[in-house]
Design a protein around this ligand. Structure first.
Ligand SMILES: Cc1ncc(COP(=O)(O)O)c(C=O)c1O
Length: 382
């Protein structure tokens, strides 16, 4: 798949300008909580909890350019980004409409914490687009969507949702963690705000917890205000690691895209695997939409094994290259069982209804040779 126009990695590698002589090639890490300030100045002080440490600022500028946003801000985790993005647009008494296909942590945040703030949430099945309008109330202020979704890799159609959001004056927030800005940029599809767990593809090395949001300057200013008060700033060292990861983002995404496709195509041929969920396959429910809106299909693959949970456990115990661990989008291939991780609280019947039977495995293809990933799965399935 060729990369669609508009995705420029100049944002990552720097606006073309000559470096001054003797400047470091790698950015300096300013692991300092505070900075000296001129006596008598009433300019804003530099203090890392304020998010104005140069390491924090640099990655925010790069991420904003990547998403095509006015501004961006990094915080200490993807959950922190989701929480602050919503708190920036919602007040007690407000109503939020959310896609029902979202990360379990986000759903718990909505159900347990937002309820405490008097923010009500209505869940909509994106397979029934009329429900978005039906769910509207006088107090509705925002709509939240995750795409691609976890773990079925569904691609939600933002077209009709952004139309309603614009017509009704609502903020449309989109978590596109599973795509990264290389594969999908929600702001180009009508979203107002993009949220990402930078723990995943942006950093890409499974050694940082971080999150980011991007959108209009006024929105990011409000998230910044909340971040300072709720103490959510990203640590400068974590910001430095995110910067290092982002410098290989485009390269890694190309490899994740290739490996995801190779593994998915191989998996479709295996009798031990009853169903493969990958938006790049013609058999995927959203393949046509994925082809239209994504620049790449990504490294995430859902596998349903014949023999259910027992077969899954057997395979997991035999894998060598592939690591059984939660999280995703790092350079190393990881595998997890949604029934015991992200979708544990839903129960077997609820999961079956959602199309996630026992024996479902979520594979995050790393950047190893595709043949090595496939070889490990082949050995494990023998
Ligand atoms: C889609 C999505 N959004 C947000 C998060 C939360 O990110 P973090 O673990 O960085 O807080 C996750 C974590 O898995 C995720 O998968």
């Amino acid at each position: 798949m060729t990369r669609k126009a508009g995705v420029s990695t100049l944002a990552i590698h720097g606006i073309p300008q000559r470096r001054p002589d003797w400047s470091p090639v790698a950015p300096a890490l300013l692991q300092s909580s505070t900075f000296s300030n001129p006596v008598g100045s009433d300019d804003e002080v530099l203090y890392s909890r304020y998010g104005n440490n140069p390491n924090q600022r640099d990655i925010a500028r790069k991420y904003a350019l990547l998403e095509g946003a006015d501004e961006a801000i990094f915080v200490a985790s993807g959950m922190g980004a989701t929480a602050l993005a919503h708190l920036a647009v919602l007040r007690p008494g407000d109503h939020l409409i959310s896609s029902g296909w979202i990360y379990g942590g986000t759903q718990r945040l909505f159900d347990q914490e937002f309820a405490r703030f008097g923010i009500e949430v209505t869940y909509v099945n994106p397979d029934h687009p009329r429900q978005w309008r039906k769910a509207l109330r006088k107090s509705t202020r925002a709509i939240f969507v995750e795409t691609p979704t976890n773990p079925l890799l569904r691609i939600v159609d933002l077209g009709p949702i952004s139309y309603i959001a614009e017509e009704e004056g609502l903020a449309l927030l989109v978590d596109a963690t599973f795509a990264s800005p290389v594969n999908f940029r929600p702001l180009e599809h009508g979203a107002d705000i993009v949220i990402t767990s930078a723990t995943k593809y942006l950093n890409g090395h499974s050694d940082v917890i971080a999150g980011a949001v991007a959108g209009a300057s006024s929105f990011v200013e409000e998230v910044n205000r909340l971040m300072r008060l709720w103490g959510q700033a990203i640590d400068p060292h974590a910001a430095w690691l995110v910067d290092r990861g982002m410098r290989t983002l485009a390269l890694r995404m190309d490899r994740h895209n290739q490996n995801g496709m190779a593994v998915a195509q191989w998996a479709e041929q295996q009798s031990a695997i009853t169903k493969v969920h990958y938006p790049g396959l013609a058999s995927h429910a959203d393949h046509a939409r994925a082809k239209k809106v994504l620049n790449g299909f990504g490294g995430m693959v859902g596998l349903e094994l014949k023999g259910g949970a027992k077969s899954a456990e057997r395979l997991l115990n035999r894998l060598k290259l592939i690591t059984h661990a939660p999280s995703l989008a790092g350079v190393e291939t990881l595998i997890s069982e949604p029934r015991l991780t992200s979708h544990k609280s839903i129960g077997p019947e609820g999961r079956a209804k959602m199309g996630i039977p026992d024996g479902f495995l979520r594979l995050s293809c790393g950047i190893e040779d595709a043949a090595d990933i496939i070889g490990d799965l082949e050995e494990g399935l023998k």
